[in-house]
Structure formats: structure tokens, C-alpha cells
Design a protein around this ligand. Structure first.
Ligand code: SF4
Length: 379
């Protein structure tokens, strides 16, 4: 059989970071604030507090690997276009951003062999996917940061239907733009290119960022079929304070590392993030819960939330009784009248054909047909 050995083959061939850690041949990368750090502050705190990183499910390793292949494939296609792709994996630094960190600590070196830049304690350092220059504009060469993501169908569908915005990716992008502005102060445009790994559908967000007001604006969206996302309110949004959000998160993690505490879990254990997380055994394992017998005191907001739940339950119960009462009325009405159906302009009440002696009743809105929209009858 092949499927069961593929994770081993892949891990063997690329000597994955986690595999090397599991083999004891590599020390984990120490935690530091990076633009690519995810939204789970607890995961970052585990890393910062040197909890052991583990391979949770072998096949999940392959998902991470095939995301970078998707990026490489997309960039290969772009290389044959008038867009000039360059600066791939280039290091960026936002100097002095982490103002709460003691600046007298010694700097560390970036672990990426092609970079090896000295990172000072207050700096944010990361690596971009690349930059593209639109060479079709002969009078003016437009430079964009390009960030590529390959994601599953579930999240992609939420994005393309306008139900969710890729805010986490935007937080990453604005940090890269701030880093790039150290060399190119006028650079303020980025393209977020997202590929659906299930069906190779692409979705692009074109954004601009105003550093002074910390505001990102979505200018345009388009998918690989040439469609634009139809957002419920039809307006392109702006996001204010994304850099501040990133800084607040880094500071929160730093505080938890210092105090040897852990932030709350933001996800349920079945969530995609937890399923991929290398600290899942620590976070959700049996040792993670030491249940105290003494009850906690709920805050007034929590009490209101719980009360709301109880009110909804009571309402649902009352509605259940009312529903039963109304249906019973109509069933008897039709049976006594000896009819199967009754209707008004807007609703229809009908007995449901059934083999049991007491047929049930359905109540539904009546569909009205507009004659002018019906096709002509064939003569
Ligand atoms: S298991 Fe889930 S909640 Fe826990 S650290 Fe990982 S991602 Fe966060």
C-alpha cells in the first residue's frame, strides 16, 4: 500500500522541521514576534514557554507541505506573465516596534540561511512571499507586495461569498508593508492571492495601506472566473488599527510568557486550528484540566448571557405548545369540513396524506404566479 507510507516519505525527503524536532536532531525555533504568527495567542505562549512541540497527526504535516507547492506553482505561472515577480522570501524588519521589550537584550540572528539578519530585541522581523511589478504600465512601474495563501474549501467559500474577511492575512500584510517601507517609503499596495486547494479556484484582494492612520482599504476583489465578490452591503471595507492589534497581541503573549501563565483557548478542540496545532496534546489533553470543586463567580455579562439562553429556551417551549395548538385547530377544521385543503391569498393549509388514521397538517405560504412571467402554452 502507498497512502500509509506517504507521510513518512514526505517527511523523510524534506526533513520537516517538526520531524527533526521529534527526532531530537533540531531544537525548536525560539518564539519571537513575527508577522506570520497566527491568531492563537495560547499557541504562541506555549512556544515562548518552551513547551514540547509534537506531530499530532502525520498526514496533517503534508497539508503544510502542499501549501508551499501551491505557492510555487502559482508563482511559476506568474513568471510567464508581464508581471515581474521578484524579492521572494526577502527579509523585512520593523525596527523598534516592540517598545515594551528591554532594548539592552542581545540581538539574535534570523535562522533562515539566506537571511541571517541580526534581529534587535524591539524589532519585528519576517519574510515576504514576494513582490511583483506590473511591467505593462510603461509610464509608471507599479510595485505590489504579493502574499499567497492556499486554503481549504470551507474557509474559501466563506471568503468568496463575502461572509468573512481574511483579517488575519491583512494583519500579516500590513506588517510586511511597514517593513518594506523602510526601503521604499511610497510602497503601499498589496495583493492577497488565495487559492482553493480543493478546486484551484483563485480569489484576489487588492488592498492599500495608510501607515499614518493604520488603515487598510480593500480596493477590489476578483476571482479566477472574473467575478467580483458580492458583499451583503456592497461597500468595500476599511480596517483601522490592524498594526495596533498585532502589537497588542505580541505584548499579551510577552506578558503571559513572563508571568508563566496561558491565555484562554480561542477555539474548540475540533476546530481546524487545534487539529493542526503542535501543542494540541498539552492544550486539550487530560492533564490540561484540573477541575476545582469550588464554583467560579460569574460576571454580570456572563449571567446576562446565561439568562438569555434560559429565556430563549422558555420561548421555544411556549412556541412548541402554540404550534401544536394551531396545527390541531386546522386539522380538525379540515376534517370536520371534509376538505383536504384550504387557502387564502397568502397561505395554504393542507392535510398531509398519511396511512395513519389521523393525518397531520401543513401550513405554508402560498406561492403566487404572475401570469405575465409564465411562458406561453403550446397550442
Ligand atoms: S490546541 Fe487550539 S487553542 Fe490550544 S494552543 Fe493550539 S490552536 Fe490554540
Amino acid at each position: 500500500m502507498i497512502a500509509d507510507i506517504l507521510p513518512d516519505l514526505a517527511n523523510f525527503q524534506r526533513q520537516d522541521y517538526l520531524t527533526r524536532i521529534a527526532n531530537g536532531t533540531q531544537q525548536p525555533n525560539p518564539y519571537r514576534p513575527r508577522p506570520s504568527n497566527g491568531a492563537c495567542l495560547r499557541e504562541q505562549t506555549y512556544r515562548g514557554r518552551h513547551y514540547p512541540e509534537r506531530i499530532v497527526k502525520r498526514h496533517l504535516q503534508l497539508i503544510l507541505d502542499d501549501s508551499s507547492w501551491h505557492e510555487e506553482l502559482t508563482f511559476q505561472w506568474l513568471a510567464g506573465s508581464p508581471y515581474h515577480l521578484h524579492s521572494q522570501q526577502m527579509g523585512i524588519t520593523i525596527p523598534g516596534a516592540l517598545t515594551w521589550v528591554d532594548p539592552s537584550q542581545p540581538p539574535i540572528r534570523c535562522s533562515i540561511p539566506s537571511c541571517r539578519e541580526l534581529i534587535h530585541p524591539q524589532d519585528i522581523h519576517g519574510h515576504i512571499d514576494g513582490m511583483i511589478t506590473n511591467t505593462m504600465e510603461l509610464t509608471r512601474l507599479d510595485d505590489y507586495l504579493i502574499e499567497h495563501k492556499a486554503i481549504g474549501d470551507f474557509f474559501f467559500t466563506k471568503l468568496i461569498t463575502g461572509k468573512e474577511w481574511p483579517t488575519e492575512y491583512f494583519i500579516q500584510i500590513i506588517q510586511y508593508l511597514r517593513g518594506l517601507q523602510q526601503w521604499i517609503p511610497i510602497l503601499n499596495q498589496a495583493i492577497l492571492l488565495i487559492k482553493n486547494k480543493n478546486n484551484a479556484h483563485y480569489l484576489e484582494f487588492h488592498v492599500t495601506y495608510d501607515t499614518l492612520s493604520d488603515t487598510l482599504k480593500v480596493n477590489a476583489t476578483v476571482d479566477s472566473e472574473g467575478h467580483h465578490i458580492q458583499f451583503p452591503d456592497e461597500t468595500m471595507p476599511t480596517f483601522t488599527g490592524l498594526f495596533q492589534t498585532a502589537l497588542t497581541r505580541f505584548q499579551t503573549v510577552a506578558t503571559h510568557i513572563r508571568d508563566e501563565t496561558l491565555p484562554d483557548r480561542p477555539y474548540e478542540p475540533e476546530d481546524f486550528h487545534c487539529q493542526h496545532c503542535s501543542f494540541q496534546p498539552e492544550c486539550w489533553g487530560p492533564d490540561a484540566f484540573r477541575v476545582q470543586r469550588a464554583p467560579l463567580t460569574l460576571t454580570s455579562e456572563q449571567t446576562t448571557l446565561g439568562q438569555e439562553y434560559l429565556n430563549v429556551l422558555t420561548e421555544l417551549k411556549n412556541w412548541g405548545l402554540k404550534e401544536k395548538e394551531i396545527k390541531q385547530y386546522f386539522r380538525l377544521y379540515l376534517l370536520n369540513a371534509g376538505h383536504e385543503k384550504a387557502q387564502s391569498d397568502t397561505i395554504e393549509v393542507a392535510l398531509k396524506r398519511s396511512t395513519t388514521p389521523a393525518p397531520s397538517v401543513t401550513i405554508r405560504p402560498l406561492t403566487s404566479w404572475h401570469q405575465q412571467f409564465l411562458p406561453p402554452l403550446n397550442s
